[in-house]
Design a protein around this ligand. Structure first.
Ligand SMILES: *Cc1c(COP(=O)(O)O)cnc(C)c1O
Length: 356
């Protein structure tokens, strides 16, 4: 294979078990949105269950159904929260997918779709990020509608949740305050929640006071630190994806020897990698000189020849940079680097998430 993304299920399993133990007694949700951040939704959903995860989050209903179809049973919570304007919820309710809800019309559509089944919902309050949660002024009406649908036996109110910026301690603390106020308001209206969840990778790892009953983590499960100044090993996680590519040819240009790799921005390599990141070939760094549409050029010495394997990013064990370093050097997030690797680049799964 000329290029491949090797996905280390053993590393993923270790990450999940480690993070789960760090956030305990809070529950741990593995977030598999965006095709499991480019790692592959179905294999990673199965791996998450093998690693002992009992809660999986995805963005949309289709992904949630794909997770159920992949064999993830109803003893595992699968939650979706992003919908089209005329979303049909019947398949989701039938498959016992937990549904995040920000608006009254969603709640009505879910209750209508439920038929004889009871839909499990998580009411979402906006705590400052302004990304689809109910605004504080709309919250009492949303809660009241949920209460009447609950009393009519048409929904079960499982959770209350929000998504936070995780950008600064003060902002996060302010979000917590708004979250707790929303829970109080709901309590005054006669609604209590089984599962309160607010934090994602960054705040979930840094702050025990923000974990409530559950933490939702994407980035850290992939071994990509989501806050500054730490390496993966310093926070006990291992990069899961290693991207490799075979040297297809070499040539010399203006006195510099170049190796050609068959990966370019069409395959998700950021153009900004040129002049900023290095790949590793046989343990030595080879700086990226140019990123074309479907190739890239790296500067090498005379020992490198066609057929050698270049590692673009990985754990660092072979001298390569990590995804987190790629993100820092190209002005983006590591999450975005792995998510963007084109689906045309084959994923090869190695190891076992169960840790056996
Ligand atoms: C993406 C997402 C997460 C996970 O975020 P990370 O920073 O990758 O851990 C958690 N919750 C919601 C609602 C998300 O959209």
């Amino acid at each position: 294979m000329t290029s491949e993304a090797i996905v280390d299920l053993t590393a993923f399993g270790k990450n999940v078990r480690h993070l789960r133990s760090v956030v305990a007694p809070a529950e741990f949700m593995v977030v598999l949105k965006a095709d499991a951040y480019g790692h592959g939704l179905v294999p990673m959903a199965r791996a998450a269950v093998e690693a002992g995860a009992q809660r999986i989050g995805v963005l949309d209903v289709d992904s949630a159904l794909a997770v159920r179809e992949a064999g993830v049973g109803t003893d595992t919570m699968v939650m979706a929260w992003q919908y089209g304007p005329s979303q049909d919820f019947s398949a989701a309710v039938a498959a016992q997918v937990d549904l995040g809800v920000s608006q009254q019309h969603e709640l009505r559509a879910i209750a209508d779709a439920a038929g004889s089944a009871t839909a499990s919902v998580h009411l979402k309050i906006d705590t400052g990020l302004n990304r689809n949660g109910a605004a504080p002024q709309d919250w009492p009406a949303l809660v009241s509608l949920a209460r009447s649908l609950r009393d009519a036996g048409r929904i079960r109110i499982t959770g209350v949740w929000s998504h936070i910026a995780e950008a600064s301690e003060d902002e996060d603390t302010e979000s917590m305050r708004r979250f707790e106020r929303a829970i109080e308001v709901a309590g005054e209206l006669g609604v209590a929640f089984e599962v309160r969840h607010l934090a994602a990778s960054s705040a979930g790892l840094r702050r025990s006071d923000i974990r409530y009953d559950m933490v939702r983590m994407g980035g850290h499960c992939w071994g990509i630190p989501s806050f500054d100044g730490v390496t993966p090993s310093q926070i006990g996680i291992i990069p899961v994806m290693t991207l490799t590519s075979e040297v297809t040819s070499t040539f010399t240009e203006r006195g510099e020897r170049m190796a050609v790799l068959a990966l370019g921005h069409a395959q998700g390599i950021p153009a900004k990698a040129a002049g900023r990141v290095s790949v590793a070939i046989a343990g030595r760094r080879a700086p990226v000189r140019h990123v074309g549409t479907d190739f890239m050029l790296v500067a090498v010495d005379e020992t490198v020849c066609a057929g050698d394997i270049a590692t673009l990013f990985g754990t660092g064990a072979g001298g390569e940079q990590t995804v987190r370093e790629w993100g820092d050097l190209t002005d983006t997030l590591g999450d975005e680097i792995v998510t963007r690797i084109a689906r045309g680049v084959p994923r090869r799964y190695v190891g076992s998430a169960s840790g056996e």
